[in-house]
Write a protein that binds this ligand. Structure first.
Ligand code: HEC
Ligand code: HEC
Ligand code: HEC
Ligand code: HEC
Ligand code: HEC
Length: 674
């Protein structure tokens, strides 16, 4: 069985996976330190931030210290907070859109599917909120970066300066919403842009970009939520033939214009957030990520020089999907007739036959569209949506749009998406079963958030009577424990170098401390079609602890067939949150109850139950021990092969003791068929 060797790709620290426990328990007296005490300590960190790195860390109870980063360390270009509603229309909630964009089909109305998507719940997600607390414990104000992406309305409104949700209004929990997405402007304009220029009755993009350029705020490079927003509430969308604009006036009393935006149909739009890098680190000449001099923005401002955390957009950008990939079975793209998909939207916003607003049902001037992009954003995470309904209770959940019917529809869409994400084939090669998993997504499988997200192979060998005679990758649903040692797990693991560990007074090596991690320890996730190892390395998503040939978008795992097995039943599973990660969020929290809250929800809702990607069965041809040439008999030809390799290893070593000797000859003679 092929198991990856885990080799850290950095010299600065050589932690071994063995020595690293994924769960870090802080000593008990460190838990629940009084809030006042903690904030005083953090304040101390801020004051000390001007001294040199290494000597300036404020102590926290329990041993860990918070790295005294400042808001400057998490600064990103793009539109900055604009709390004045006279100068900048504030981000409206989805409630302002429901009158016309909801309740005309659970799978088609934008609101109905968006509200049960992870982006609709990005600021309520209990996993995110628990991780946000840890991020602020680990590095002062790191939460400012997180919230810029997960709660853009609050960021623009100027309510994320604490790095927490403390100053949020109720509206700020609306997540990545309608008004936000439909006000995003292509940051690359004119000759520099590969994307056609937006058109429409009013085109304020030039002035918006010019204003950012004059403030040195124009972002470059994908990711980190460096979005550029229209200060006026104009709605950008794909259509140029909207018969009548019903959007009225904005809060600053401007006519809301509809602007046809080709940018919204491009992956680059999603790439604004689906590449995440930690700006507190810089890449040095050896390719290692080292902590910056604190208190200043990232020295190069280039995401390629920052510690990579997610690279979904970049993975896509080097793949064959850029030019389109055809699927004979039309598994992606919805009502798109040709079966060829390219962008994130093609797969995650499949085309449906429906109206762009509720009025299409009444006819002229509104009409049904054959290509309305669904706002489901289906991916892999269903348990968090279910957990939110559980957390609110039925009545409040209904009021928040999370009706049982919509939650069920979202889970079903995710399950279909997951099933379409991979294909599995089984074959037998002598004494081995080969399980081939092929990545059918437009990025790595799995992609995105690395902590606790994984895909694995579960194999059961059965004998003639259907009794299990061998198992790999068993998952115990009661304890949420995966037997990872016996199988292949596709995942990404990060760790801390000894320098960072020393600064934070935490153990070096593998960890779930997202903002402190600066070493990639393992990434054996299956690449998408059409990528090379060099390209993967260049985008900060190298293969680590596995090997894929250039262009290989599948992976084979070998399992030795046990004696007596006549068939094998194999499944691949995807899980979004592992038990280890959930326990980490609970146990590492010394600030608030969010770690306990998410853990309670996790246990109450089936512990992020793994979802089946594929399942298949194969009948096995019995292999005869001693049948060295595979002709179905143990005879003189086999004995000749064995004697040829006498005292050698490999062929003829029937008892696997490393040498071909008399004991092997005895086994062969006992199995003699003539
Ligand atoms: C994550 C960003 C995002 C969010 C959130 C979002 N949209 Fe969209 N929306 C898009 C994109 C991108 C398109 C165009 C997709 C394409 O053409 O492939 C679109 C298209 C549309 C369209 C035109 C076609 C259609 O599907 O009807 C309408 C109307 C629309 N969105 C309304 C909404 C409403 C209402 C909400 C909130 C309930 C919302 N959007 C939330 C990104 C978003
Ligand atoms: C009073 C009804 C009404 C409300 C409220 C409303 N819309 Fe619309 N919207 C429409 C209609 C009608 C269309 C055109 C549908 C079509 O042509 O198929 C539309 C189309 C759109 C489009 C597509 C534009 C294009 O050119 O592709 C976007 C984007 C959009 N709305 C966003 C929003 C957002 C965001 C909100 C809430 C902040 C909102 N709408 C609230 C009626 C409304
Ligand atoms: C060819 C279709 C396809 C394209 C193109 C595609 N995806 Fe996916 N994506 C999938 C499928 C299928 C899944 C579900 C399987 C899975 O979880 O990996 C998925 C899962 C995801 C997830 C959940 C993380 C995970 O792996 O569980 C995210 C986030 C995501 N996609 C974002 C994107 C973004 C952003 C783009 C564009 C840069 C994109 N996708 C392009 C098919 C696609
Ligand atoms: C403002 C930043 C932002 C933009 C723009 C954005 N996303 Fe997201 N997306 C997020 C965040 C943050 C999450 C995760 C929320 C969570 O899990 O708490 C997410 C989650 C997702 C998921 C769900 C993954 C899962 O685990 O199931 C999919 C799919 C996805 N996005 C696709 C897209 C596509 C397609 C686009 C472009 C049309 C897009 N996103 C644009 C920030 C963004
Ligand atoms: C530039 C955008 C961006 C920034 C900044 C960002 N995230 Fe995310 N985050 C995402 C996206 C996109 C996903 C979804 C990917 C997926 O589903 O695989 C995500 C997913 C997550 C998840 C998984 C949620 C779940 O339910 O499984 C957690 C937890 C999380 N982020 C925490 C954080 C924290 C903590 C920070 C700050 C240190 C942060 N994020 C900063 C974009 C961002």
């Amino acid at each position: 069985m092929h198991r990856p060797t885990l080799v850290p790709n950095e010299e600065q620290s050589k932690p071994s996976m063995k020595s690293m426990s994924p769960i870090r328990h802080e000593s008990d007296h460190s838990r629940r330190a009084p809030l006042l005490r903690r904030s005083l300590l953090l304040l101390g960190g801020g004051v000390l931030a001007l001294s040199s790195v290494g000597t300036m860390f404020a102590m926290r109870t329990g041993g860990q210290v918070t790295i005294p980063t400042t808001s400057a360390d998490f600064f990103e270009k793009g539109t900055q907070p604009q709390p004045d509603p006279e100068l900048f229309d504030q981000i409206l909630t989805s409630q302002n859109c429901t009158f016309c964009h909801s309740d005309y089909g659970i799978d088609v109305a934008p609101y109905d599917s968006w509200v049960t998507s992870m982006m609709g719940q990005s600021a309520n997600d209990p996993v995110f909120l628990a991780a946000l607390t840890i991020a602020n414990q680990d590095a002062n104000l790191a939460g400012m970066l997180c919230l810029r992406c997960h709660a853009p309305g609050a960021f623009i409104g100027g309510r994320t300066a604490s790095g927490t949700t403390a100053d949020f209004t109720t509206e700020d929990f609306d997540g990545i919403n309608c008004n936000f997405c439909h006000r995003v402007v292509n940051p690359v304009l004119g000759a520099g842009s590969a994307i056609a220029y937006p058109t429409g009755p009013a085109n304020p993009d030039n002035a918006i970009i010019a204003s950012l350029v004059s403030q040195n705020l124009l972002p470059s490079g994908a990711g980190n939520a460096r979005y550029v927003l229209d200060p006026q509430d104009n709605r950008r969308g794909p259509f140029s033939d909207v018969p009548q604009n019903l959007h009225g006036f904005s809060s600053s009393n401007n006519q809301v214009e509809l602007i046809t935006s080709p940018f919204h149909e491009k992956s680059e739009f999603c790439g604004t957030c689906h590449d995440v890098s930690n700006p507190a680190f810089s890449k040095n000449a050896k390719g290692q990520f080292v902590l910056n001099a604190l208190g200043k923005p990232h020295p190069t401002d280039n995401p390629a020089d920052m510690m990579p955390e997610q690279r979904t957009f970049s993975e896509w950008s080097i793949s064959d999907f850029v030019n389109g990939v055809g699927y004979a079975d039309h598994r992606f793209g919805g009502n798109d007739p040709d079966g060829v998909v390219s962008s994130c939207q093609d797969c995650h916003m499949p085309k449906v036959i429906a109206g762009g607003c509720v009025f299409y049902q009444y006819g002229e001037p509104w009409f049904e569209r054959p290509d309305m992009p669904q706002h489901s954003f289906a991916g892999s995470n269903s348990w968090v949506i279910r957990a939110l309904r559980e957390q609110y209770g039925p009545e409040e959940a209904d009021a928040r749009g999370l009706t049982q019917e919509r939650v069920d529809a979202a889970s079903a869409r995710n399950e279909t998406m997951i099933a379409n994400g991979s294909d599995m084939t089984l074959s037998q090669a002598g004494e081995n079963l080969i399980v081939r998993v092929t990545n059918q997504t437009g990025h790595k499988l799995p992609t995105g958030y690395p902590e606790g997200r994984r895909v694995w192979v579960h194999v059961r060998f059965l004998n003639e009577k259907g009794v299990v005679v061998g198992e790999h990758g068993a998952y115990d649903a009661l304890t949420a424990t995966l037997d990872a040692e016996s199988t292949k797990v596709y995942e990404c693991r990060f760790g801390m170098s000894s320098a960072v560990a020393k600064a934070a007074k935490l153990p070096a090596g593998e960890s779930f401390h997202l903002v402190l991690n600066n070493i990639l320890l393992k990434d054996n996730r299956i690449p998408p079609r059409g990528v090379t190892n060099a390209e993967l390395a260049s985008i900060g998503a190298p293969v680590v602890g596995a090997s894929y040939a250039d262009g290989q978008y599948w992976d084979d795992s070998l399992f030795a067939i046990p004696d007596g097995a006549t068939s094998a039943v194999v499944e691949t599973y995807l899980q979004t949150s592992s038990r280890e990660y959930m326990e980490f969020l609970r146990d590492a929290n010394v600030t608030d109850t969010r770690g306990q809250v998410v853990h309670d929800l996790y246990t109450a809702t089936g512990e992020s139950a793994p979802v089946i990607m594929d399942t298949a069965t194969i009948s096995l041809v019995p292999t005869l021990l001693g049948d060295l040439n595979g002709d179905g008999a143990v005879n003189a030809q086999d004995i000749a092969l064995l004697l040829n390799n006498w005292l050698g290893s490999g062929t003829g070593d029937l008892n696997n003791d490393g040498v071909v000797d008399a004991s092997d000859l005895t086994i062969m003679l006992n199995a003699w068929t003539g």
